[in-house]
Design a protein around this ligand. Sequence first.
Ligand SMILES: Cc1ncc(COP(=O)(O)O)c(C=O)c1O
Length: 429
Amino acid sequence: MSGASRDTAVQEKKGGSHTLSPSQLYAAMGTELNQMKESKTYKYEVPIESDQAGVVMVDGKLSVMLASNNYLGLANHKWIRGAASAGLSQYGYGMASVRFLCGTQKIHLELEDRIAKFLGVEAAILHSSCFAANDAFFTALLSSDYGQADYRDVIYSDQLNHASIIDGIRLARQATKTTDLVAYKHNDLQELEKALEDNKSKGYRVSVIVTDGVFSMEGEIADLARYVSLAKKYGALLMVDDSHATGVLGKTGRGTPEHCGVHGQIDVITGTLGKALGGASGGFIAGKKELIDFMRQKSRPYTFSNTVPSSIVCASLESFKILEEDHGLVEKLQSNAAFFRQEIKKLGFKIIEGVHPIVPVMVGEAATAQDMSDQLLAEGVYVRGLWFPVVPKGEARLRCQISAAHTKGDLEHALDAFNRVGKKLGVIS
Ligand SMILES: Cc1ncc(COP(=O)(O)O)c(C=O)c1O
């Protein structure tokens, strides 16, 4: 889920401050939780009784899963399960250590090398998640003086970048006090270029441009070819979070850079092992050898948090093997996404156009999105609604996420249900 204007943490200040006892604090929390429920921003969890798959079990009933990031269907794939079990048998359950003490096995190095090669860069470093990687990156990068006494740095960040990028930038600005931020309008590369141009005279020491490769609320793809040329023109480091694209976009699943024809030209790529690449957990930063070595010394989440478990490492290695051997999963995912996009439009639904397997079906008001997702679940389709403040007012949507694990029959079942429920609620005629 993306971040900036979607951040609701700002509270209205009422009166002066006074000490809260723990019980008063819990009572105040209860009040805020009730407010969230009333304003429909409280996040409810719908438990699944099966493994993650194209079709899952919910409340004793089978449902087509349209809400997961299990793009390639690897989350319960027999080869991935096999690799994870073999990893567990051979390397054990845990390492009980961070990487630099005694938490590095050869397989960790092998996976880092595999990630780098797949993405067309020199090196990669694992983190416990992509959230941790993004949170770590900016502070690790900008906390050194690099031999300069008096300097300022600047980060250019799309306003709708993922929450972990926003938090990473906040942390770096607080920790360094020498980092400026330009949060440009979503996907507005003209505004970005103007800011880069305006700042030329300011003599910034390091400039970083950062964008999501794919924006998850919309399934929109960043124009990385233009980003690459802007970064080159203005001497900036380009960082792309490709969490929703590695294994998803591009002919061979190498992500947004491959889709945009700039594979191997991105300075820094961050990503997750928790979506297309197996769906468990783990994240990485990939880029030049020096940068990655530097991160190994400077990233605090890397230094002070446990190593990625061996079973996940082995399963992730298997997921890259599957992609490299090309078993047709990327093609299946892309053709499933194209089929669903085409058919849902034929039913009369409005979607955000594109090619990504995230297909936002626009329904207007929050209440309609809520009713629709409840009724779809009753019809055996698991899909979640998004509404304000996560997306702009009046643009509530059901975010469908298509997977290579879906059969044509699964997608047709979902489309039939959308047709019935959409008509009942007056979203389509
Ligand atoms: C763009 C983006 N970056 C980072 C993350 C976080 O990934 P992880 O689950 O590995 O922390 C997500 C997950 O929602 C994401 O969508």
